[in-house]
Design a protein around this ligand. Structure first.
Ligand code: ATP
Ligand code: MG
Length: 357
């Protein structure tokens, strides 16, 4: 029997509700298998930890995670703590510490979900956005001088390295190659950003020669937002910089029906470190503690976690259970226009995974 060691970091707000739900579906899967089981270690890092200790996670926190098979993360964000502290102090620390340089965000319209684009059929919207997750606009390079004075100035420098761009392009081309349409759109802004984005385009063209069976095109990021709305079926796999993909993937999640459904994986493709899976939504303090949180984004993140572990059969079964449940409007949470509670949705998915009698 294989034992997978999973770290759970619920974080703040509704993270504390959806991560136990994610654990429950993993346990429900394990109950049907004599091949694998899951062992969880929970870490109470986040806003409450910050109030007690002045940091979002302990200095040796990464060491506690280093030998895990995967990390399941909820959300970091607290209305009383500035966002750059919650983000840089926890999530980004893990992403950067473990060089999870590929952020992968699948988007589909799940059965039963009322998506906002009226002219778009469910089969027209089936995307994976690959976000460069280690440098670019969020590299942390920059500074602020003369604070409070009329001559105050600040910079955030977009830093791109050849190594960084090559590895994300290669990852994206490989992912596109593994999907039926073998279609990649490289998102850029090289018309206005004349240095880093031009290098980005050049490297895309170089890496493309290694993947002759992948069709690829280039799209300016602003035009890409319009294309996602007007011609969703023309897209399949997309690769974009840290900032651009951040924005595009929120748009993608909204077009698929709800922020509460969308999953993501922060992947170290070289598998030197554990990868981290999380719903893309934030801590949503407005609905916390009321059982209103949609756990589907977490369940779908668990599907990605299972795929990463190589448990493809379990991943497929869980995805089928999720789709079975979303197809039933009586099991929709409030964000989807329904009245179901987190607990009811979780129980329904677990019941769907239980062996038939
Ligand atoms: P953060 O500051 O951590 O990003 P946030 O308060 O901005 O958190 P988001 O998660 O970004 O919240 O989501 C915006 C809104 O969408 C929330 O206020 C909430 O009402 C809704 N929402 C987000 N996730 C879910 C979910 N899983 N289930 C139900 N509603 C959700
Ligand atoms: Mg937010």
């Amino acid at each position: 029997m294989k034992t997978y060691s999973i770290a759970t970091i619920p974080g703040d707000g509704i993270g504390k509700e959806v991560i136990p739900a994610g654990q429950a579906v993993l346990q429900a899967l394990a109950a049907t298998s004599d091949r694998y089981r899951f062992e969880f270690e929970n870490f109470d890092w986040g806003g409450d930890y910050y109030r007690q200790h002045g940091v979002m996670m302990p200095a040796n926190g990464l060491d506690a995670l280093r030998h895990k098979d995967a990390i399941l993360f909820g959300s970091a964000g607290d209305p009383q703590i500035p966002d750059h502290i919650t983000l840089w102090g926890l999530r980004l620390k893990i992403c950067q510490g473990f060089d999870q340089y590929a952020n992968v965000r699948p988007t589909r319209i799940l059965p039963g979900i009322d998506a906002p684009l009226k002219r778009c059929r469910a089969e027209d919207l089936n995307w994976v956005i690959v976000r460069e997750n280690s440098e670019g606009e969020y590299s942390g390079v920059g500074g602020r001088v003369h604070q409070g004075h009329p001559i105050e100035a600040a910079t955030d420098v977009t830093m791109m390295t050849r190594v960084g761009v090559e590895r994300i392009m290669r990852f994206a081309f490989r992912l596109a190659q593994s999907r039926p349409r073998k279609l990649l759109t490289v998102v850029t802004k090289s018309n206005a950003q004349r240095h880093a984005m031009v290098m980005w385009d050049e490297i895309a063209a170089q890496v493309a020669t290694e993947f002759p069976d992948v069709r690829w095109d280039k799209e300016i990021v602003d035009a890409c937002t319009a294309r996602m709305v007007n011609r969703p079926a023309s897209l399949d796999t997309l690769v974009a910089t840290n900032l651009h993909a951040d924005i595009l993937s929120d748009l993608a999640a909204a077009l698929a029906g709800s922020l509460g459904i969308a999953p993501t994986g922060n992947i170290d493709p070289e598998r030197r470190y554990p990868s981290m899976f999380e719903p893309i939504h934030g801590s949503a303090f407005d609905i916390m503690g009321q059982g209103l949180a949609n756990p589907v984004g977490t369940f779908w993140s668990v599907v990605m976690l299972l795929e990463h572990l190589g448990e493809f059969d379990a991943a497929q079964r869980l995805m089928a259970a999720i789709e079975h449940v979303t197809a039933n409007p009586a099991l929709h949470t409030r964000d989807l226009g329904g009245q179901a509670k987190t607990e009811a949705v979780t129980q329904a998915v677990c019941a769907q995974l239980a062996p038939r009698r």
